[in-house]
Design a binder for this molecule. Structure first.
Ligand code: NCD
Length: 302
């Protein structure tokens, strides 16, 4: 039996030193190239929810570190034959891969599984729970643009209630010593108890005031408990990020979006394509280095 494996299940409770360590590793990898710290190792990627950038990015990251990736094809897996998620995961873990990267629709529940395995478990998005690597790549992007992670005002805008990206980002920015503001229509704001440290607003002009960073979120229709009372058109007029609403924020504010974008709903097409203000593709590029950094950190490499 080796050293007990590290896992990355969420950023709540991870600690600012570990987060800063991962961001610093990603910067080093971008500046000096990667070391083959995962040579001879295997990672299973199991995505039970749709993914374009996260799954591809994890696969490229692991391969660039010298490792081999097996991607479970969920559409053709035994999940379609009625196997429970728990049984599918126990099955994958019984094959003893070095890493299991997992995305699924249930909130939380990975702790007991991770505690009982020698495999390093990485959360690539659990329901409306967490999406730690997304927040870490957002941090790397902000560090490159703003030069720091502390003393910033970070506004998270949109469907915060159902967003794992919002949860991981909120915990990251709070730990880094930045302010978190949440802006959404009342029905998409989260419970205050979930984020006692954040400022809440239902008004864009008020909520975006002095924001240095604006994280725009998709309406997570697949997680809505009931129909929204606001139409997509009204939503765009009142909460969709565009150049006009950007003028409420600090003059050099940057807009982030985790993707996939719904143009004309949570973000205007013109802003989405304005690389001087919107960092969406830079985030994707940074995702690969960040996930390499996460694997490196998980291997305890110095
Ligand atoms: C996000 C996700 O899946 O949580 N996308 C991503 O991983 N880049 C956000 C979303 O689905 O809207």
């Amino acid at each position: 039996m080796g050293k007990s494996p590290r896992h990355l299940l969420g950023l709540q409770g991870l600690g600012d030193r570990a987060m800063a360590d991962i961001v610093a590793r990603a910067e080093t990898i971008q500046a000096r190239g990667a070391r083959p710290v995962c040579a001879g190792q295997q990672a299973v990627l199991a995505f039970f929810e749709p993914s374009t950038r996260t799954s591809t990015s994890f696969a490229l990251a692991f391969q660039r570190l010298g490792g081999q990736v097996v991607m479970l094809n969920v559409a053709q897996s035994s999940a379609q034959k009625g196997e429970t998620l728990h049984d599918s995961l126990s099955t994958l873990l019984a094959m003893q891969p070095h890493f299991l990267v997992l995305r699924h629709g249930q909130n939380g529940g990975l702790q007991p599984l991770a505690a009982a395995t020698e495999t390093s478990v990485v959360n690539a998005g659990d329901g409306a729970g967490e999406h730690p690597t997304q927040a870490l790549l957002d941090a790397l992007t902000v560090k490159q643009i703003k030069g720091r992670l502390n003393d910033l005002t970070v506004a998270i805008v949109g469907d915060i209630r159902h967003s794992r990206v919002a949860r991981s980002n909120a915990h990251l920015w709070r730990q880094m010593g930045s302010r978190v503001v949440m802006v959404a229509p009342p029905e998409l704001l989260p419970d205050v108890d979930d984020y006692p440290f954040a400022f809440f607003s239902t008004d864009m002009a008020q909520g975006l005031k002095k924001a240095d960073v604006i994280i725009t979120l998709r309406l997570q229709k697949e997680r809505l408990e009931k129909q929204l009372t606001i139409s997509a058109d009204d939503y765009h007029i009142r909460y969709g990020m565009d150049h006009e609403k950007l003028s409420y924020a600090a003059p050099d504010a940057v807009v982030l979006h985790p993707g996939p974008m719904n143009r004309g709903v949570e973000i205007s097409s013109t802003l989405a394509d304005d690389a001087t203000r919107c960092a969406v593709l830079r985030q994707v590029t940074n995702g690969v280095a960040t996930r390499m950094a996460v694997f490196e950190w998980l291997t305890h490499a110095a």
